[in-house]
Design a binder for this molecule. Structure first.
Ligand code: SF4
Length: 321
């Protein structure tokens, strides 16, 4: 658990017409508003948070920290780190877990790469994570814009860059374009087990995600790859283990495993809050599959402590001379 003062989040848990499928191993959440378990506490904001906020506002940037209502925002922003979300703040996919607005997308701003780079510089970031909304309305899904953002950040700051991309509808040319920008880590989330895709991640395909990760290793075998999965949506542990084995089979190097939290009453309800010890146990089992880095815990998110994770990966894979 984190040091320092903490506050407890309280989120509404309501029924969802689409959530009729319940695993035989989970406990359904009650339908009334309830407090989160005691282990789900977060630190209060520190002064650095306001500086991060001012830089983001000043440069008119979007972050997934805010748009996805990430529970780690006070911690990360207080440490002057954030995950930039490019290509607008409106997504073309109706994923049931995500609070990023859906609907009519925004015009791509050609100066966004320069603004992201400036923010990285002002925040003094040595490791920058760039993600985006899904842009199925664009021919390349926004891949070229990703490319420009990675280059702009690297050129201006010399920082390492991790991309956390959508699946580009499996468009191999688009994926190649992002690979060409040579990100230090290529991250693409699996999000959940295949049985729950239609409910959690509509318009995505499990195999497409595996294919994307496989393509990175085909084209750039040395490029570290990473994926993430949320727990508490109705999956079983064995299904999670199967997903992790599939990820290893396409050479995925690192994995993040965290607790799903319902961002609002209209999103999918939490089926179960896993205690930290269970995350530890799952993490141990997953580690045995051969990932170089496994982060497993209630507050783990794709970009949580991403720089540390990448550097641990590097240490693990660098031969001792
Ligand atoms: S974990 Fe990632 S998305 Fe969440 S606040 Fe930290 S940097 Fe932002």
């Amino acid at each position: 658990m984190l040091d320092g003062p903490e506050f407890n989040l309280s989120l509404p848990v309501v029924s969802d017409a689409s959530s009729t499928e319940v695993s035989d191993t989970v406990t359904a959440a009650p339908r009334e508003k309830r407090r989160l378990p005691k282990w789900l506490k977060r630190p209060l904001p520190q002064p650095g948070m306001y500086y991060t906020d001012s830089v983001i506002q000043d440069l008119k940037l979007e972050t997934v920290c805010e748009s996805a209502k990430c529970p780690n925002r006070t911690e990360c922003w207080s440490q002057q780190t954030a995950t930039f979300m490019i290509l607008g703040n409106v997504c073309t996919r109706p994923c049931g877990f995500c609070s990023v607005p859906k609907g009519k997308t925004e015009i791509v701003q050609l100066d966004e790469p320069a603004r992201v780079a400036e923010a990285a510089e002002r925040l003094g970031l040595k490791y920058v994570v760039i993600t985006s909304v899904t842009r199925d309305d664009m021919a390349d899904g926004g891949a070229d814009h990703f490319y420009n953002c990675v280059l702009a950040v690297r050129e201006r700051t010399g920082a390492k860059v991790e991309v956390l991309t959508p699946d580009f509808m499996g468009n191999r040319d688009a994926i190649s374009r992002v690979i060409e920008s040579r990100p230090d880590v290529f991250n693409h989330n699996t999000e959940t087990v295949p049985r729950l895709y239609h409910r959690v991640r509509r318009n995505a395909e499990y195999q497409r995600t595996l294919d994307l990760l496989a393509q990175i290793k085909e084209e750039a075998p040395d490029m570290p790859t990473k994926s993430g999965i949320m727990l508490g949506l109705g999956e079983t542990t064995e299904e999670v283990m199967d997903v992790c084995a599939d990820l290893r089979s396409v050479g995925c190097d690192m994995i993040t495993i965290g607790q799903y939290l319902q961002p609002s009453g209209v999103h999918l309800p939490v089926e179960r809050y896993l205690p930290p010890e269970e995350f530890d146990e799952i993490g141990e089992r997953v580690r045995a599959l051969g990932f170089t880095m496994v982060a497993s815990g209630p507050f783990v998110r794709s970009s949580y402590h991403a720089g540390e994770m990448a550097s641990e990966h590097e240490t693990t894979t660098t031969p001792i001379l």
